[in-house]
Ligand binder design. Sequence first.
Ligand code: ARG
Ligand code: ZN
Length: 876
Amino acid sequence: KTIYLSEYKVPAHLVDTVDLRFELFEDGARVHSTLSVRRNPESAEVSAPLTLDGDSLKLEHVALNGEELAASDYEETEDQLVIAKVPAQFELTVVTWIEPQNNTRLEGLYKSSGMFCTQCEAESFRCITYFPDRPDVMARYRTRIEADKSSCPVLLSNGNDVEKGDLENGRHFVTWEDPFPKPSYLFALVAGDLVEKKDTFTTCSGRGIDLRIFVEPRNAAKCEHAMDSLKRSMRWDEETYGREYDLDIFMIVAVDDFNMGAMENKGLNIFNSSCVLASQETATDLAFQQIEAIVAHEYFHNWSGNRVTCRDWFQLSLKEGFTVFRDATFSADVGSPTVKRIEDVTLLRTAQFAEDAGPMAHPVRPASYMEITNFYTLTIYEKGAEVVRMIHTLLGPDLFRKGSDLYFERHDGQAVTTDDFVKAMEDASGRNLTQFRLWYEQAGTPMLTVSDDYDAKQGIYRLTIQQSVPDTPGQTGKQPQHIPFALGLLGASGEALPLRLESAQGAANAPEESVLELTEASHTFEFHGLAQKPVPSLLRHFSAPVRVVYPWSREQLVFLMSHDPDGFNRWDAGQRLAVDVIQSLVSSPDVSEIEPRLVEACRALLGDSALDQALVAKMLQLPSEAYLIELADSPDVAAIHRAREQVLSHLATSLRDELVACYHRNAGVGTYEITPESIARRSLRNTALAWLLMINDDAGRELALQQLSDADNMTDRMGALRALVNSDYADERSTALADFYERFQDDPQVVEQWFSVQSSSDRAGQLPQIQALLQHPAFDWKNPNKIRSVVGVFAGQNLSAFHNPDGSGYSFLADQVCRLDDSNPQIAARLVTPLTRWQKFAPAYSSLMRSALERIRDKPGLSADLYEVVHKSLEA
Ligand code: ARG
Ligand code: ZN
């Protein structure tokens, strides 16, 4: 069933308060819910029945104003409870029985390693009790939890705890009260045997907040980084957005089985263990950075999501796009801004662009959906964040802040739309964003085709930019969008040239960087007073989520790589050069033709100690196979894989001595620190190591083995392990893998990394080896992280093995997706993504991918989640 934004209606009934009582037992849970309900004065449906959502509930009792209802007074369907006759205002009591211990979908109330926990976003509160489960119904919640005191000493819910006590039979209870009205998707409950890490935070207005991180006892020592990240986030949101925390306590809980990364439940954030737990010995630098970003993201939701929430799920990007933008700015402020931008753009261009060009392409504000869980996408999150970033660029920081202040003030306590957000930005800034709104409505990645010419006689440089927005399923004939295009021009020795759009304008006030605003299908800009033809630096900082086509010469790219004052564009020039070199090799496989300037550029980088080393480390990463595939029409995966490996080997062979020197220069000194500088050193060292092992260099092998035995942190240990796993040293590889497992087998997060390093490797992750990993005792079909680290990583990162021309990778994925669909449809619908892109590939691949998809389509009892993605992909 398809749901349309155009059919949105305000709820017929509102709920003011929710009183919940949970009786938790080993064999199930009884949920008593009392709602105070009234007719919505804004609804035209004055005599509408009360309609409540429900899913997999056993209804035990319904009472209206204290009177038990007879079965003839209500209708219970597959997914609703309908009470035809209700007064204008009343109290409704519903008692349901649920079985958290058998809940493998991990939606609603479920058990994870003996702990009760919840995930209600988007529509899973209805798996707990009957309720108008939509975000525009906001209520104040009071929650009493009763459970066995010895197995569940800790009982948590949203808000502040107001009462606790002992009950008969070794049971006890705690009552929580949340003073802020909230939608049901922000409800949370946790009950289990947990230890807490405590801290406090004093807000800008001097209020003391208790901070708590609850974990299983074995993880007690892995909370420090998340706690520090939380305190930094709280301070940053006060300083940057003027947002102060509002309850007396803020809690985080780590849960091993979790469908997503984390969840911003009011005052009680629940995290996937892998997104919160870290120690020097067990987490890589990347994990530390991700944890900091996710802790910040969930915390920031307290304002962008909770205090101001979404009217309906079409508005999901209202909270997600804005919050991702907020967390990205935070990460840039506390780390390396250029590197953060590079990482975000890499994800966007590799995965979001692919989504926008595929069968599930949808606007940042979709117009329809079948299953909302399928719309927690890179488009909603990442492109949504880019859209907010563009508003920030167009308005500038001060007006943007005025806009966000107005937004929070105007809509506090409301459920609103992306349009309300844009309106606040318009009202605060006086800018007209009418055309800009198309970013929310039109799917597809705009393409900018740039051409230029130089008139030496008049000293004029002309830049023409044409835009087009591609057709996407169900959307054709699109209009031009409003695009901020940041630009600089460089002179022959790398100097920044003044940008004079009018000949009259004096050189003194001409800027060195401008944001051109594109609004029409074609624009020509004239830059005056230029004595020489400049090299353009286009779309600096990636100022808009678009593709840029410009006939760069390799010479220009090499020039920009070493001269562009915008670090992002320096990196991007290097990527474009590498892409060009690899693509040439795909079409004419002659290794002797590999561009010498790429080798020299890398040589220069390896010896450049003046440049930000974090940027150097990024610049030495070749574009991924996934990105190369995204850029290609009808990609031949095997040919791309081969060409990329050849370029890598050629670079490593030509730069062998420089790599060894770089390794030693960056070898571990002093104590381990999580600072951009030391992260960059480790990254450079491990890149050098990876390249050396790529060419099976014996000195590299020694360095890797040495590093493996000396490592005092997971980044170096994993760097060495990964390098060995991806080399041809088969004996060293298996010994290293076995030792690593032996050492860390009791730590699920490390075991997940151990799975991933194998499933992503074309050496250690061919299909028979992947199948063996599924049989490994540490593999667990009920744990999404394990599934992702084997099946997801194989299909998403080990592309030459997944796209084996015999189709075995596809049919393997289809098998696993079908198997999972019965236990956890949300995960099944995500895992299938690589197959849904079948139309992109060369015919030999695409027909096999299509048949694998058809087999999934024909599976008996296909879930609604999988139905939507599989059908949209086959019918696109
Ligand atoms: N709101 C969460 C976040 O972005 C994601 C939860 C998504 N849950 C889901 N079932 N799709 O932080
Ligand atoms: Zn979020």
